[in-house]
Design a protein around this ligand. Structure first.
Ligand SMILES: *Cc1c(COP(=O)(O)O)cnc(C)c1O
Length: 392
């Protein structure tokens, strides 16, 4: 019974063009990747700054392994919290301007931990419809009432906030939307949360390292700065989360907030407490990664030149880019089958661009998700644009 059921579901998935396959990479994540003995120009990673294979970081990984070994061996609360973890938490607090931060094994677990620790049965969570799956799961697991508002629709959000008299209200949103590349209006969201006494959880997985002064994230972009009449950064209503496996090039995530929030997470976030601490060597590497993020401004400058170049190249074509000013540049296709066909044709020409299909995005909104990295060159963008033109 059970197996017949699974087989049936899998075959439906396949018929609908929704079956997923894993390509096996035999190289570091880089401008080119090796798959099955072929070399592909890749637009498929979230390694926006090109740090995941940086020689300084590879070296510091070896150094970290010699000093700390390869595994933490225990959870943070039971003698698994090393000096490297602790130092990284302090460096991240300094870098993001919050009083404290807390490391998690990854972004998925950070979101689960934060939401379940901050709200429960009698509370309400308000979530953007296009949020990352980990925020949706976190809200469900918390057992709070979940209200999903239309993408970026702050009028709708305000209506809901106004009508709710729960003691704890939590608004959760991607800061940069992972499959769209557009950004949430942070000052307006923060102002709403202050007005209705709600907390705001910002998931900046795609903004940290990429956006804002010295890559400090979405809270350090022009839009979020005090000149706009609202000192967003120091709002006690904000809980900031970012991941360390994307622009930072390694693995992990952190939450930055007031010390009451961080202490509450240490005491009660189960995905923090009941899991082995991440390898300390990775924290050691991340300290160096943070230095590169802060000091190597050329990576961001080059990256945004590439973003503009791609937009410019595709302007004259029938391909429609979704409105995004980040290195995530999705080409809207619509049909699942069509996106697969184009993805395969690009692959035949040795270019990798992930085809994003439901349920990752809503039905009939399949897209090619081009993601750019500081390792790309202008010639790569032109090659991609020319190839797309030939497929139009
Ligand atoms: C990637 C991502 C996560 C999950 O982070 P991991 O560290 O990869 O688990 C969470 N939220 C968003 C918006 C993401 O894009």
């Amino acid at each position: 019974m059970f197996f017949d059921d699974l087989a049936e579901q899998l075959s439906i998935r396949e018929q609908q063009g929704l079956k997923r396959y894993r390509s096996i990479l035999d190289s570091p994540q880089s401008r080119y990747v090796d798959i099955d003995g072929n070399e592909y120009l890749s637009f498929g990673s979230n390694d926006y700054l090109g740090l995941s294979n940086h020689p300084v970081l590879v070296q510091s990984a070896c150094q970290g392994a010699r000093h700390y070994g390869v595994g933490a061996g225990a959870s943070h609360l039971l003698y698994g919290h090393s000096a490297a973890h602790h130092e990284l938490e302090k460096a991240l607090a300094q870098f993001t301007g919050f009083s404290r931060t807390l490391l998690f094994s990854n972004g998925y677990m950070a979101n689960i931990g934060v939401v379940t620790a901050l709200v429960g049965r009698h509370d309400v969570v308000f979530a953007d419809k296009l949020n990352h799956a980990s925020l949706n799961d976190a809200a469900i697991l918390s057992r709070a009432r979940l209200i999903r508002y239309p993408h970026l629709d702050l009028t709708a959000l305000e209506q809901h906030l106004k009508k709710t008299n729960a003691r704890r209200k939590l608004v959760i949103t991607d800061a940069v939307f992972s499959m769209d590349g557009d950004a949430a209006p942070i000052p307006n969201l923060a102002a709403l949360c202050e007005r209705y006494n709600a907390m705001l959880l910002l998931d900046d997985a795609h903004g940290f390292g990429v956006l804002g002064k010295e890559g400090r994230g979405i809270l350090f972009t022009e839009n979020s700065m005090p000149t706009h009449g609202c000192n967003v950064l120091h709002s006690p209503h904000i809980v900031y989360m970012a991941t360390l496996g994307k622009a930072a090039g390694v693995s992990g995530a952190f939450v930055a907030a007031s010390s009451e929030i961080i202490e509450t997470l240490i005491q009660t976030a189960k995905s923090y407490i009941y899991t082995t601490a991440g390898p300390p060597l990775l924290s050691h590497v991340l300290l160096h990664s943070l230095t590169l993020i802060e000091h190597e401004n050329w990576r961001r400058e080059h990256l945004f030149r590439l973003v503009n170049r791609l937009k410019h190249e595709l302007r004259k074509t029938s391909w429609r880019l979704l409105p995004s000013n980040t290195p995530i540049q999705p080409v809207f296709i619509g049909s699942t089958r069509e996106v697969l066909r184009i993805g395969q044709e690009l692959k035949a020409q040795k270019i990798l661009v992930p085809a994003i299909r439901p349920p990752t995005v809503p039905i009939n909104t399949a897209r090619l998700r081009i993601s750019l990295s500081a390792l790309h060159q202008e010639a790569d963008i032109i090659r991609l644009a020319d190839t797309l033109r030939s497929l139009a």
